[in-house]
Design a protein around this ligand. Structure first.
Ligand SMILES: [Zn+2]
Length: 325
């Protein structure tokens, strides 16, 4: 009988983004896999190769990459591996790896229409130009197999796939029941609250996803798992996931209360609310702050604390009388 090694090792590589370093996990099993693939820079590759060597492997030993989600700081190095056979992730990651013109156009059209409904003044629409390639040089490729909730990781049967959409539509986490380990990607980070980011619907014409509501239910879903250790995409490995989950839910609810205070007796559009909620950040981080604002409004609408109406194509929000949080 051969005994399959099942160790996971953390490798940390730098990114040029505000989030700082990102982790890559090397997972032994029937295949040698990495979970996530850092950012596409030579610095990240050099740091990866160096640390990989310290645990006794070389890039040509890596057979499979599993991605927690499609963001550029998690997919970057997939083009660098000489003998990569499998790229495994949620089906929606594929469009981000291929970046075909139709998809990019769909993305741009979606935000154009959304920002119009949000009351964004003309001069801010220049941000749309950055949307096509928001973060510079991004890895390209394609998936060789797709995984969904309830599947196990190919080559690592004891790891179960849990769908955790919110931060990204494609976000998956991986859980190992025998020791309560969770590879949580960006869904659960100890030192920062992940942004639920707006994305277009998977198919043009469908209703848009509501990432804040998804994020909340993905957080609550994890409460039913016996999680001992979280191996996150950024920051320290940590325990006591349930405590962190409750903290995240509460701080989101607090920010929603702030949105209700901003609206007060008025009727406001999304752009106006965003500028009041993030007066110092909204110009520099337009996409992020708009995502967050829309997320809070989706939540408030869901709990019937605000109501939306449309005036001349622009959505206006007002507080609902007698509602409470
Ligand atoms: Zn991310």
């Amino acid at each position: 009988m051969t005994i399959v090694k099942q160790k996971i090792s953390q490798i940390t590589v730098p990114t040029p983004y505000a989030v700082g370093d990102v982790h890559i996990y090397v997972m032994e099993g029937e295949r040698l896999s990495i979970i996530d693939a850092g950012v596409k820079t030579d610095e990240a590759w050099a740091a990866f190769v160096y640390q990989l060597k310290q645990i006794g492997y070389e890039p040509k030993d890596i057979e499979q990459v599993v991605l927690t989600h499609h963001h550029p700081d998690h997919i970057g190095l997939i083009e660098y591996f000489p003998r990569l056979e499998e790229v495994v992730a949620h089906p929606q990651v594929d469009q981000w790896l291929k970046r075909e013109p139709d998809f990019l156009q769909h993305y741009q059209n979606f935000f154009q229409a959304l920002y119009h409904q949000a009351g964004v003044p003309e001069q801010y629409l220049r941000f749309l130009k950055q949307l096509r390639n928001p973060l510079g040089d991004v890895a390209k490729g394609n998936l060789t197999s797709m995984i969904l909730e309830g599947d196990s990781l190919p080559g690592h049967e004891e790891w179960e796939v849990i769908a955790t959409p919110g931060h990204a539509q494609s976000h998956l986490s991986f859980y190992r029941e025998k020791d309560g380990a969770l590879l949580g990607g960006d869904h659960l980070l100890e030192h920062i609250s992940p942004n639920p980011l707006l994305e277009p619907p998977y198919q043009p014409g469908e209703e848009r996803p509501k990432p804040m509501l998804q994020y909340r239910s993905s957080l609550k879903k994890l409460l039913s798992y016996d999680i001992e250790h979280v191996y996150p995409g950024h920051g320290k490995t940590f325990t006591n996931a349930a405590h962190l989950i409750n903290r995240r839910l509460e701080s989101q609810e607090k920010r929603a209360t702030k949105v209700r205070e901003i609206i007060g007796e008025a009727e406001m559009n999304i752009f106006q609310i965003c500028a009041c909620l993030f007066p110092n950040q909204y110009e520099k981080q337009f996409g992020l702050t708009m995502s967050e604002t829309i997320g809070q409004l989706d939540y408030l609408e869901d709990i019937k604390a605000v109501k939306a109406s449309v005036d001349d194509g622009v959505i206006l929000y007002q507080n609902l009388e007698g509602s409470h949080l």
